[in-house]
Design a protein around this ligand. Sequence first.
Ligand SMILES: [Mg+2]
Length: 368
Amino acid sequence: MIATGLDGRVRGVTARAYTIPADAPEGDGTLAWNQTTLVLAEADGGDATGLGWTYAPPAAASVITGTLADAVTGLPAADVPAANAAMVRAVRNAGRPGIAGYALSAVDCALWDLKARLLGVPLATLLGSARDTVPVYGSGGFTPYDADRTRRQLAGWVHDQGIPRAKIKVGEEWGTREGRDLTRMRLARDVIGGDAELYVDANGGYTAKQAVRVASAAADLDVRWFEEPVTSDDLDGLALVRDRVPADVAAGEYGCDPAYFRRMAPVVDCLQADATRCGGVTGWLAAATLAAAHHRDISAHCAPTLHAPVGCAAPNTRHLEWFHDHVRVEGLLFDGVPDPGGGSVRPSEEPGFGVELRAGDAEPYRVR
Ligand SMILES: [Mg+2]
């Protein structure tokens, strides 16, 4: 018997945006930044409000209120796949990859949260779980950090929080600082010790053969994960690197639709997907299935609070990214964020994603 709350329809969707300054200058191989913007979608139905979000320019909020809200308002709150399909159709001319797809993802997450709240169950229960917890890896190690800050961050994850996996950024300045990349990789291995897994992410900063050379130069460091050694647009380059390095090659964080993941899955060892970009909960689970069809694991990119229950729902989830920026932002804006202590997160036992906006604390950061 379905709870009576689910008889309702989506009454409307609103959006807000918050920009939070970084706690230090941040950057990777191909981008630098000083702040992070979270665009929040709130979906109303029955006596509940569902929350979902994406990390995107504030313009994503305009796509939510100007296009997507109309597409889903009036649809049954129970039928999230129908709402997702309506949104995909609505952004045809806007172009789904990019801001429109990110906005769509936030609304999809808000609608899943709404449905779970109307049923009074955690999202992990609504989706059904393949596991109780999802392993996490610490992610940051930004290129502008000095050695001291890098040490403190890595030691915090591995030695204080017990997370046995840590990732740093490499490929600095479009791959022009290989020497510093290797020095920082050695520093990272030194800090985390021999038992933790060392991951690197070049954010597309290297060429394919350069990535192979860097991996060879770091052979003694036992790097297990080499993310975006070349740009994600270079599928042949990803395949070449995958063929020639012992680390698992990973990519997929920019994917917005199933066709993207179908192209990407064969050329990586582990597919990445981000529920705040790839179509929300609906799109992430589809990406996980596509990965499974290629005998690949899937790893959740960033937005750790949203990915905790979603990651539990897929049998082939390898881990989720405990990304420094998003951990800070989500902890600042929401009550109910997960705890990575011991190296994994457990989904909330509260309805939906289990988080509530701390509106008063968030207000000073509001930009829209
Ligand atoms: Mg990455």
